[in-house]
Ligand binder design. Structure first.
Ligand code: MN
Length: 261
């Protein structure tokens, strides 16, 4: 009798196992890449953060072919736009300022195409350069170089300590998605940027600022899918063991689960 019960238990487990596996299948999170003539690459901090949050990261290779990019997006449930080089100011109708650093026009084109295509229905988490790209894609502009073009007194936004450490405070709007995710209206974030949003893209809401007024987060929650953008690097802190910043990746993975194919 005991043997029969054990057999029944094993058979039940075997039969229900494929169902359980499909229910727990990880949502696929597309990650934008950095690009050079010789390679497409993504920092492990992004890949690790997505995996820690329960997602399955895939790198989206750079191409100028928008049909291939659209096909790539058909296979993902959410998009993470990563950090990187300065955006070419010609993409937002300005000539280069003296403080502009190196630009990669191929990557600008790829980023802007990905953002516009994904905004048709995929949740987007945009980090640093990613936030700047979202702002440009929707009609905003940037300060090309905070030290030489920001009109007010500014704090240090290019920390010299490692990215896993926070370095400046941000104040978060109480009714924002970001404050719901983090459960706070004030926190300390890392800061590894010298560009920032100047004119905000129409349709977006500023949800966090540094103490000098620099925009640290924007979002658009009334579109086809949520677009959450941060000027700081939650992946650097998450990969360094920060459980608060992990919540941002858990959010995008949860959103991806809702759009999962
Ligand atoms: Mn900052």
């Amino acid at each position: 009798m005991k043997k029969n019960l054990l057999l029944l238990l094993i058979m039940t487990m075997v039969l229900t196992c494929p169902l359980a596996m499909s229910q727990t299948k990880r949502p696929v999170i597309g990650i934008s890449c950095s690009w050079s003539e010789t390679e497409a690459s993504v920092l492990n901090t992004y890949l690790n953060s997505v995996m820690m949050a329960g997602g399955l990261p895939v790198i989206i290779p750079l191409t100028a072919d928008s049909e291939i990019l659209a096909a790539q997006l058909e296979n993902v449930d959410a998009l993470v736009m990563t950090g990187g080089e300065d955006f070419d100011p010609l993409t937002f109708g300005q000539e280069p300022a003296q403080g502009l650093a190196g630009v990669v026009p191929q990557r600008d084109q790829y980023d802007l195409t990905l953002i516009k295509a994904a905004a048709q229905g995929l949740p987007i988490l945009a980090v640093c350069r990613g936030l700047q790209g979202v702002n440009i894609a929707f009609g905003g502009t940037l300060y090309q170089d905070i030290p030489s073009t920001y009109p007010a007194k500014y704090i240090k936004h290019r920390q010299t300590s490692p990215g896993k450490f926070g370095s400046h405070t941000i104040t978060i709007e109480p009714d924002s998605e970001l404050s719901k995710i983090l459960g706070t209206q004030k926190t300390v974030v890392n800061s590894l940027h010298h560009q920032a949003i100047d004119k905000l893209a129409p349709g977006f809401k500023v949800t966090a600022r540094a103490t000098d007024g620099i925009i640290e987060a924007i979002e658009k929650m009334d579109g086809a899918a949520p677009i959450l953008c941060v000027q700081f690097h939650p992946e650097g802190m998450t990969n360094g063991g920060d459980k608060e910043m992990l919540k941002i990746f858990q959010y995008i993975v949860n959103q991806a689960n809702k759009t999962k194919k």
